[in-house]
Design a protein around this ligand. Structure first.
Ligand SMILES: N[C@@H](CCC(=O)N[C@@H](CS)C(=O)NCC(=O)O)C(=O)O
Length: 200
């Protein structure tokens, strides 16, 4: 049995959880919810960075961060979500990087507000992250038609990233001029793996 340290609101952990559900590997993973704002010796032993997700394998080895865990689970599933050859491989990794970057910008923007007293917040940094998020949504809008219909790691990473915007920064998601992205997400969010991993 593997052990996944996660937090129910982490978009990175949600992406990993969705990969586990979509590949059927969730049956081999015990999930352990942790509060990353507190000392977590078991998590720190698995990941000295103190971040979730971290996956402890049956042999005691631990993997992080979320792309590494997703690629590992994909390899266990026989590469059902990330083909190992051809341009599609690189295209999916680029989508994953875009989605992870969107999560980074959104997470930083959210934490600036949630984890700092008002006098320590940087309006400059917050504006910069918001601009990054809006620019990325606009880029997504022009490239969404290249995503393809059959499920890959790209779809799951994007679903988790946009899901985090919906959860924490809905005004940014809804004010950006990205109708196709919003329509894609409205459909994608009905997937059982999305429904089962909704942040709370
Ligand atoms: N690049 C990492 C980012 C993980 C990350 O930032 N996780 C957040 C939760 S959403 C966390 O654990 N933060 C606690 C901390 O930084 O101390 C990944 O893809 O797994």
């Amino acid at each position: 049995m593997m052990k996944l340290f996660y937090s129910p609101t982490s978009p990175y952990a949600r992406k990993v959880h969705m990969v586990a559900l979509e590949t059927g590997l969730d049956a081999h993973i015990e999930t352990v919810s942790v509060n990353v704002a507190q000392e977590q010796p078991e998590l720190f032993a698995a990941n000295p960075l103190g971040k979730v997700p971290a996956l402890v394998l049956a042999n005691g080895e631990a993997l992080f961060d979320s792309p590494v865990i997703c690629h590992y689970l994909d390899s266990l599933s026989g590469h059902t979500l990330l083909p190992q050859s051809g341009w599609q491989h690189w295209e999916i990794l680029r989508w994953e990087a875009l989605a992870d970057g969107l999560m980074d910008a959104a997470y930083n923007r959210v934490m600036e507000e949630r984890s700092r007293p008002e006098h320590e917040r940087s309006p400059t940094a917050m504006t910069r992250w918001e601009t990054e998020i809006t620019r990325t949504l606009q880029h997504l809008e022009t490239r969404l038609d290249t995503l393809g219909a059959s499920l890959t790691l790209a779809h799951l990473a994007l679903g988790a990233a946009i899901g985090y915007l919906e959860f924490r920064l809905p005004h940014l998601l809804h004010s950006a001029a990205c109708p196709q992205t919003q329509a894609w997400y409205a459909q994608f969010r009905t997937r059982p793996a999305m429904q089962a991993t909704q942040p709370v």
